[in-house]
Design a protein around this ligand. Structure first.
Ligand code: FES
Length: 501
């Protein structure tokens, strides 16, 4: 039986099987690299350093890695063990950029927990959690969502669940959440398994995959979820290792594609407590949005694709060290800000928005998105290609057209919106001016925009600390009218209109 040393950086020696893929071994040990293509050898993102008795490089590795192969870099999903080996997994770099804080209005405390409780947000890319006691916030923690090894987006993961990986998808996210809970207990000086109540929010698909619910209704027309949550579950059934008898509350989703994360973000934003018209948008692989107008809630979801998560672009990466996260125009050229004070090695979501705004300003790209050269170089080995521009163009158009369609059906123009509330990780790092200048949202709203941070987690924490918010969010989600953009002619027209930069 091969013995594999995993450098984390301290070495961990584990037993493995001949023929086992490095990705499977690393996933088993909880140190999986990013795997946006789900292990099909297509995205080239599951890079690790490895040495020892390994399978010969595949054609996919040769094409994705070139000269890096000679330096010991391999694709974990393509490399199989033939004997003893050593592996250096890429660090979980995304953790540093997971947004944990978010707006939270003042409210009376009437907690759901007896001694300690935790709020958890299961994001498609990241997990975030906060631990509370009688005195308030005790600890926070975050980790990448380990389900990313089954694919970067919700649809790929739902497909994986339907093809027999539902158990593995549930197990890996539960184990990662249990790890966050134990870590927070440790940080707060509590004994393990002290938590007696949880509130776990997330989009509709994430809650399906977390609870082990069959997600297949989310994958085919009419795309209607059979289960929208707003319910209690025994924590022991979720294998989260909490105090005996602990229970978890899963807030109510609005529809198959507007999840509990939007419900809890709305609670934290406080927009439904005011008479003003307000639009809340959370941009990720989907642009989920909700419009509060005249005491009524309308919502919709639009497919933005993975570009804003830094995936799918020729030089795309997560917001980790080496990622260009901001680009400005200076002296007729570009000036880059790179995360982690290091050389640029890729570009993340906020960076690509800025880069396109800069290219427009420098007239290196026209308003239809055509580049004047094949590619626009940002730094050594980091450039924006025509294909990248098209990908972002489709994504930003989908988000802006979704917002405009929602406004249209409420009989409103953008000027009628008093507040644009931007929730979620990508929105937290966005330069609002440059995002408006490329048409990511209606330009009229630029000076009415506020950034909420991780409002989904804040809203979950509010429910945890005041039991009345559970019923309140259920009523809110039940009252929401969902607009189906896939058959909406207004959305179709706006989608074409919004393509221009
Ligand atoms: S190449 Fe995409 S996960 Fe390995």
């Amino acid at each position: 039986m091969p013995r594999v040393t995993i450098h984390l950086p301290s070495p961990l020696v584990v037993e493995a099987q001949v023929g086992q893929k490095l990705s499977d071994l690393l996933r088993r040990e909880g140190h999986s690299p990013d795997m946006p293509c789900g292990g099909k050898g297509r995205c080239g993102k599951c890079r690790v350093k490895a040495a020892g008795r390994l399978s010969a490089p595949t054609a996919e590795e040769t094409s994705a890695l070139g000269g890096l192969l000679a330096q010991g870099v391999r694709l974990a999903c393509c490399t199989a063990l033939e004997g003893d080996a050593e592996v250096w997994p890429s660090a979980d770099e995304a953790v540093g950029r997971i947004r944990l804080d978010g707006v939270m209005p003042a409210f009376e405390k009437a907690p759901l927990f007896a001694r300690y409780g935790a709020a958890v947000d299961i994001g498609t890319t990241t997990l975030a959690a906060a631990l509370y006691g009688e005195s308030g916030l005790l600890a926070r923690a975050a980790a990448p969502n380990p389900q990313r090894t089954f694919g970067a987006d919700v649809i790929t993961r739902v497909g994986a669940a339907m093809q027999g990986s539902a158990g593995a998808l549930a197990a890996c996210v539960r184990s990662a959440i249990a790890g966050l809970l134990r870590g927070m207990e440790r940080d707060a000086g509590l004994a393990p398994d002290s938590i007696d109540c949880l509130v776990v929010t997330g989009n509709t698909a994430m809650l399906h995959l977390f609870t082990g619910e069959d997600p297949s209704p989310l994958s085919a027309a009419p795309f209607e979820a059979k289960r929208l949550f707003g319910e209690w579950v025994e924590a022991s059934a979720l294998e989260l290792g909490c105090a005996p008898g602990a229970r978890a509350y899963l807030p109510r989703c609005m529809s198959a594609f507007v999840g509990a994360d939007i419900t809890t973000a709305l609670l934290a934003s406080g927009i439904c407590d005011k008479p003003d018209t307000a639009l809340l948008i959370d941009i990720g692989t989907n642009g989920e949005m909700a419009l509060w107008h005249g005491g009524a809630l309308r919502c919709c979801s639009t497919a933005a694709g993975p570009a804003f998560e830094g995936a799918g672009l020729s030089c795309g990466m997560q917001g980790a060290p080496g990622a260009v996260d901001h680009v400005t125009v200076e002296n007729g050229g570009v000036r880059l800000h790179v995360l982690g004070e290091t050389a640029p090695r890729g570009i993340c979501g906020s960076g690509i928005v800025d880069a396109l705004a800069a290219m427009k300003e420098l007239e290196a790209m026209d308003e239809t998105g055509c580049l004047d050269e094949d590619e626009f170089p940002l730094a050594d080995g980091v450039c924006i290609t025509q294909k990248d521009v098209r990908m972002v163009q489709l994504a930003k158009s989908a988000v802006c057209a979704g917002a405009k369609a929602l406004l249209h059906h409420a009989g409103l123009a953008a000027e009628g919106v008093q507040c644009l509330a931007i929730a979620g990780g990508f929105g937290s790092y966005l330069d609002l001016h440059r995002a408006a200048s490329i048409g990511l949202y209606p330009a009229e709203l630029e000076h009415r925009a506020v950034v909420l941070g991780n409002a989904a987690l804040s809203g979950a924490a509010m429910i945890l600390q005041n039991r009345a918010f559970a019923a309140r969010t259920e009523a809110l989600a039940n009252s929401a009218h969902t607009l189906d953009l896939s058959t909406d002619p207004v959305f179709m027209d706006e989608y074409v209109e919004c393509m221009e930069f």
